[in-house]
Design a protein around this ligand. Structure first.
Ligand SMILES: [Zn+2]
Length: 493
């Protein structure tokens, strides 16, 4: 397990480097290096003697922690053993073709060019799902990779309820919080933004001796080990939002990674139990803390002194409303905190239908557009604004999208519990102090790593499993206050 974790760390370093500093000519060489190392990782994981060791270990009486460790290890190994190497190779090829034709289709603004590659990826994913095994719902096998122990039958009703509750909220709030974009026509010095994000990381409590921040086009959190956690952020010289909220988001992921128990380092337990729980940590800091008024009561004067000209005449209240504005957009990554979830509901429903063979690839753009109209309330102008906008399906990733919405739901439940446990929480935030919340998350979430499923962990901390109740209560309280409006009653409550 140590060897595999070390190999994964080296792969992590090479991928991080690929996204940050790799010279442009070195792309193909790096791809070959990564493929070789991934091959070594796979060989070591599926080696027959490793299977023997695992079986022998499982027969021995073990403490709960070691059993949990072996369970995580077995899940990963079983997935790898069951999927034949020929399928792994076919998938890798289909993924590069998928990415390539997706880029061409975007340039031509024409889904038809991407359709054959997507069809091929879907066929291979169905094959993979059957190889892994499932109880009749192929999507479960793919979901399990990102959100172990979550099922389609459990997930879809939660997302459908969320849709029913959020659509009237978006109707009530679209355009209610804002006039013209306050950053329009202003400029924010890139170097000063960069310095500000580093100061922000220090203030939040990211350990810069056990991690670092760099820049990349698409921000992410990677690294090699809990003592080497690498965040990236993106600087836009005319808008400080990507840098501020990108750093806040990745900080949440990074704090989680730094917080795994030292006893679990170099073992399968030094990981989140699911992508959804990992995402709950980034959303908690980005949205529940980072878009709150107490947070900006402390930070806004500092931001203003870093950008006195650009923020001249922009008061705290204007800024706070601007960063929380609700506005329908066809694009997921531009969506606000509420509408965002509708983009996920839509994608998840389409993914399930595609995997079940209930929806044909050729009918996908129209299904997308009409779902978008029904759910978000607008129709994309073309496929680039519609079905071609995200990279996930271009490399055949199905089952990933719902983890974003799960993250929002888990984040709200955890924050509600933290608020009850820590009466000082918001007073501290107003003073720019985050120690109480950080310690609480460390104790209840981070240090447990992958011990138990995401929902079990949330249940243990909050007293209940997956629910939209806390998220909706949070949205209604926040946006009721921000808009000064009485929000429509919830159809489900
Ligand atoms: Zn994230």
């Amino acid at each position: 397990m140590h060897e595999l974790k070390d190999l994964a760390g080296v792969l992590g370093l090479m991928s991080w480097d690929q996204e940050t500093y790799l010279p442009s000519k070195a792309g193909p060489a790096r791809a070959a290096q990564l493929a070789t190392l991934q091959g070594l990782y796979h060989q070591r994981l599926v080696a027959p003697e490793v299977g023997d060791w695992l079986e022998r270990a499982e027969r021995v009486e073990l403490d709960a922690e070691t059993r949990a460790m072996l369970k995580v290890f077995r899940r990963e190994r079983d997935h790898s053993v069951r999927v034949p190497e020929s399928l792994v190779r076919a998938l890798a090829e289909a993924q590069s073709t998928g990415l390539e034709t997706w880029r061409e289709a975007r340039t031509a603004r024409d889904f038809a060019r991407f359709a054959p590659a997507l069809q091929r990826l879907l066929e291979l994913r169905r094959e993979q799902a059957d190889a892994i095994g499932h109880g009749g719902e192929r999507y479960d096998a793919l979901l399990d990779h990102f959100e172990p122990e979550m099922t389609t039958a459990r997930l879809l009703p939660v997302l459908e309820r969320l849709r029913a509750s959020l659509v009237p909220l978006v109707d009530a709030l679209d355009g209610a919080l804002g006039g013209p974009e306050i950053f329009d026509g202003r400029s924010f010095d890139a170097e000063r933004q960069w310095q500000f994000t580093l100061e922000l990381l220090e203030l939040l409590g990211f350990d810069l001796h056990a991690g670092r921040q760099d820049r990349s086009i698409h921000p992410f959190t990677g690294g090699t080990h809990p003592t080497d956690v690498r965040l990236t952020t993106r600087i836009d010289p005319v808008n400080p939002s990507p840098a501020l909220f990108g750093t806040l988001h990745e900080f949440g992921h990074g704090l989680y990674e730094q917080g795994f128990a030292a006893a679990h380092h170099r073992t399968p337990l030094a990981a989140a139990p699911s992508m959804g729980l990992h995402e709950s940590q980034s959303r908690l800091w980005e949205n529940l803390v980072g878009r709150s008024l107490p947070f900006w009561e402390f930070l806004y004067p500092r931001l203003r002194s870093s950008f006195p000209e650009a923020l001249a005449g922009v008061e705290l209240e204007d800024f706070h409303r601007a960063i929380n504005r609700v506005r329908r957009s066809p694009i997921r990554v531009e969506a606000d905190e509420i509408t965002y979830n509708l983009h996920i509901v839509l994608r998840t429903a389409l993914e399930v239908r595609l995997l079940r063979d209930e929806l044909r690839v050729t009918d996908l753009p129209e299904a997308w557009n009409s779902e978008m109209e029904r759910t978000v309330g607008l129709r994309p102008r073309d496929d680039v604004e519609g079905v071609l906008q995200d990279i996930h399906w271009a490399h055949g990733e199905f089952g990933y999208f719902p983890t974003y919405a799960l993250g929002n739901l888990y984040a709200a439940s955890l924050m509600r519990t933290a608020e009850r446990a820590l009466p000082v929480l918001w007073d501290e935030v107003t003073r720019g102090e985050f120690g109480a919340l950080r310690a609480w998350l460390g104790q209840h979430i981070h240090r447990h790593g992958a011990w138990g499923s995401a929902e079990e962990r949330v249940q243990a901390v909050t007293g209940h499993g997956l629910t939209d109740t806390d998220f909706l209560a949070y949205l209604r309280s926040k946006y009721g206050a921000l808009s000064g409006r009485a929000l429509p009653t919830d159809p489900h409550r």
